[in-house]
Write a protein that binds this ligand. Structure first.
Ligand SMILES: [Zn+2]
Length: 555
């Protein structure tokens, strides 16, 4: 709430009711949501966060004992609140089969062949591999073509593959998407699975992800190397077949800025020229005078890890078979490379905070009388840090009829590091969920702020996006960046956090939290879920919306 607005509201309260208590009382009487929201307490969020981010849970890596304990804890909270189990076989759990894989660095190699001369690139300096297919060993040798961002977007009249024959080639593309795309679309087209699918559609047999100076700022090569301490995952469907596995792709790797220079040597183009053209949203694809040989060997392991799913049955017989889903991920990275002597990646903000909020929101809903009209489904997801896999699996194989899911509200990485005065609505601009989100913001006196970091692609880095790709509209609310106190600079705090704390062992309970902000954030998500459950009109994609047209028909 900014200073000006507080003044206005107090004045309004005084004029209408004579005092502020009167204002609150009048609102409580008018809507049971206000009473339920007031039950959300900072101590409760703090306590649950403290438990989930404790060193004893060892960073909650999916498939580890620490995460299993976290999942049991969430289920216990749901059970205590009287929510029904809505996982598999009458339990609170949906156990997902995963295959994990970890590169064998000694046996993995990348060689460039140019004019008969071979150059061997160095693992961890020039390249790394990741999210390999589910095969233990793959090899490919093919000419390389550069394809800008690797994006084909007819709706944006943009095609990096135009005039390029990628059949049988290894395609090399940059992280990200053109800056001229609107924030949600930019995030969508930067999504790695979409880029892989597009490469396959153009006949490619492998790909290189090329680091850029911008990507170094968003998520550096060094950060990605750190993350190699944690295995990559694929989920397996009930028949044991992995999701998002592209048979045609027989090798892919990520090149560092050094690796990019080596790949481009002798091509007549410098990395800087390519980065600049891409920054200006110009396509500039061409054939590189080089053949690459990629050989990847992985260690694999099959394991399982649970989503936790609980239901609050709605009160309206006409609407109770429809579900508003609320998601937050219970997993984090686990135990990895030490930073300043600490090797436990506690994930306090990411996403013990969101999980604590989800638990409090569930509690607030469970105490309501009457209950919301639609049913509410609370899904505490696993393997979000592996690429939103728990939510992706749930969206593919929901434990309630898929057609009954009307919306998802995703609660991730709530930065309770400054007082909350506004909200950012990732995923907005595409469905009628915006109306409810704006209504919730208005009722809480929060401003709505446009995505301040479109280059980050936040929308496709949260569980909500898994639902979008199965045709379900989502909003992913985040604490905003406004401050009426000139001493508090949320944008600077957020950017510092992103550069130095995000996905490190420093995201722990030693941070200075503002739990009142956490409460406000939880209340906002509660209210949004409540409004979506109350509206007679089912949430819908906007007419002709890209996501509605592309994915909405799946349902
Ligand atoms: Zn994360």
């Amino acid at each position: 709430m900014n200073g000006q607005r507080i003044g206005r509201m107090l004045l309004l309260g005084f004029l209408l009711f004579g005092d502020r208590a009167g204002l609150v009382a009048a609102r409580a009487a008018s809507d049971p949501a206000d009473e339920a929201m007031s039950q959300i307490r900072p101590e409760a969020i703090r306590a649950d966060m403290r438990f989930l981010a404790d060193d004893l849970l060892e960073g909650r890596g999916p498939g580890t004992r620490g995460h299993e304990i976290a999942a049991r804890f969430v289920a216990a909270r749901f059970e205590a609140d009287g929510l029904e189990p809505a996982g598999d076989n009458g339990t609170y759990f949906q156990f997902i089969p995963f295959r994990s894989f970890h590169p064998d660095e000694k046996q993995t190699s990348l060689t460039l062949v140019r004019g008969g001369k071979e150059e061997t690139l160095v693992f961890r300096r020039d390249f790394i591999t990741y999210r390999q297919t589910t095969r233990k060993e793959t090899s490919v040798e093919a000419p390389v073509v550069y394809v800008g961002y690797g994006i084909t977007a007819p709706d944006q009249a943009y095609d990096d593959y135009q005039g390029i024959d990628a059949k049988g080639k290894i395609v090399a593309f940059l992280y990200g998407a053109p800056a001229k795309f609107e924030s949600t679309m930019r995030a969508h087209y930067s999504f790695r699975t979409l880029k892989a699918a597009n490469a396959v559609a153009h006949g490619a047999v492998g790909f290189f992800y090329l680091h850029t100076p911008d990507q170094e700022h968003i998520y550096s090569f060094a950060d990605q190397m750190h993350e190699m301490a944690f295995s990559d995952f694929h989920w397996l469907n009930p028949d044991g077949i992995p999701g998002d596995d592209f048979e045609q792709l027989r090798g892919y790797s990520i090149l560092s800025l050094d690796g990019v220079s080596k790949l481009l040597a002798g091509s007549g183009k410098t990395p800087e020229e390519l980065f600049l053209a891409a920054k200006e949203s110009k396509t500039a694809s061409f054939i590189l005078p080089v053949t690459a040989r990629i050989h990847v060997v992985d260690h694999t392991e099959d394991l399982r890890s649970p989503n936790v799913v609980a239901r609050l049955r709605g009160s309206d017989p006409a609407l109770r078979d429809e579900y508003v889903v609320l998601t937050a991920h219970s997993d984090h990275l686990g135990i990895g490379d030490p930073v300043d002597g600490d090797n436990i990646y506690n994930g306090a903000i990411d996403d013990a905070s969101g999980t604590a909020c989800l638990i409090e929101i569930a509690k607030a809903f469970s105490g309501m009388s009457p209950r919301p009209r639609r049913s509410i489904l609370f899904v505490s997801t696993t393997a979000e840090e592996k690429g939103m896999l728990g939510s992706d699996y749930f969206a593919h194989y929901p434990t309630v009829p898929r057609d009954s899911i009307v919306a998802d509200v995703d609660i991730d990485g709530e930065p309770g590091l400054w007082p909350m005065e506004d909200v950012i609505l990732f995923g907005s601009g595409h469905s009628t969920l915006d109306l409810s989100a704006k209504e919730a913001a208005r009722r809480m006196g929060l401003d709505v702020t446009a995505d301040p970091w479109p280059e980050q692609g936040e929308f496709v880095r949260q569980d909500g996006y898994s639902f979008v790709r199965q045709g379900v509209p989502t909003i992913e609310p985040d604490v905003g960046i406004k401050s009426s106190d000139p001493q508090i600079k949320p944008r600077e705090i957020a950017e510092f956090w992103n550069d130095h704390i995000y996905h490190t062992p420093k995201d722990d309970m030693k941070q200075k939290f503002d739990f009142e902000a956490s409460v406000k954030y939880a209340q906002f998500n509660f209210l949004l879920g409540y409004l979506l459950a109350q509206n007679t009109e089912r949430p819908a994609w906007n007419p002709g919306d890209f996501f509605g047209e592309t994915y909405g028909k799946k349902k």
